[in-house]
Design a protein around this ligand. Structure first.
Ligand SMILES: Nc1ncnc2c1ncn2[C@@H]1O[C@H](COP(=O)(O)OP(=O)(O)O)[C@@H](O)[C@H]1O
Ligand SMILES: [Mg+2]
Length: 211
């Protein structure tokens, strides 16, 4: 079953074209790798697919619905890990995630297991604003997958992580895929993409780079 369908998508900021005529499909339960250099439009694509940004033209269907029409009930089926997702700086790492877990009625044992798995349990009482980039990155990852959404969007999930931690994240993502979750993953790491992904799409170059 196709869970994401993008056809002739175009997005621009003022005069500048950020995405030019992008089309692809993602099937249920696959890890879809969306690759491209910095500035190619990966985050912009995630923002469109998650309803945070309207496309200029073209269509983006997520779970059969135009992404610009997604409502709160649809968002329960999605998980998003990106810089655009906020957090409570003054709350601890644990409080941030527990808040989210309660909202989605996720058992606290499940949260604890994920925190232990990604080596965050010992730091759970650290205030979020004091977390290192890599720790914050893992906090965002846990938040994106905690409620076991149908589709999770991961924007460069292993950037800023050391190889050992990246490996743990990779193993977790492969397990999530086995459980049936669809994973939309952006990366600029070709090795990561070939190791994890069932299907790859490559944003070759930013459109204006041809000018
Ligand atoms: N809100 C915005 N306003 C203006 N330009 C933007 C905005 N968001 C992204 N862009 C531009 O669109 C292009 C694609 O950005 P982005 O999707 O963040 O690329 P990537 O995630 O692949 O690095 C970049 O040139 C970026 O500067
Ligand atoms: Mg980006």
């Amino acid at each position: 079953m196709t869970v994401i369908e993008v056809n002739h998508l175009v997005c621009s900021f003022h005069e500048k074209t950020a995405l030019e005529d992008i089309s692809f499909e993602v099937d249920e339960g696959e890890i879809f790798g969306f690759l491209g250099p910095s500035g190619a439009g990966k985050t912009t694509t995630i923002n469109i697919l998650t309803g945070q940004l309207p496309p200029k033209s073209g269509t983006a269907l997520v779970l059969g619905k135009a992404s610009s029409k997604l409502v709160a009930d649809d968002m329960v089926n999605l998980g998003i890990m990106s810089d655009t997702v906020g957090f409570y700086e003054k709350m601890s790492l644990y409080q941030n995630l527990a808040f989210f877990a309660r909202f989605h009625k996720v058992p606290m044992e499940h949260l604890e297991a994920l925190l232990r798995r990604l080596d965050l349990w010992e730091s759970r009482k650290t205030r979020a604003e004091k977390l290192s980039t890599g720790m914050r990155q893992r906090m965002f990852l846990i938040r994106a997958i905690l409620h076991e959404p149908k589709i999770v969007f991961l924007d460069e999930p292993t950037s800023g992580l050391d190889p050992v931690m990246s490996q743990k994240v990779h193993e977790l993502l492969l397990e999530l895929k086995e459980s049936g979750m669809t994973i939309f993953l952006t990366t600029h790491d070709m090795q990561e993409a070939t190791r994890l992904c069932d299907k790859l799409a490559l944003l070759h170059r930013a459109p204006w780079a041809y000018l």
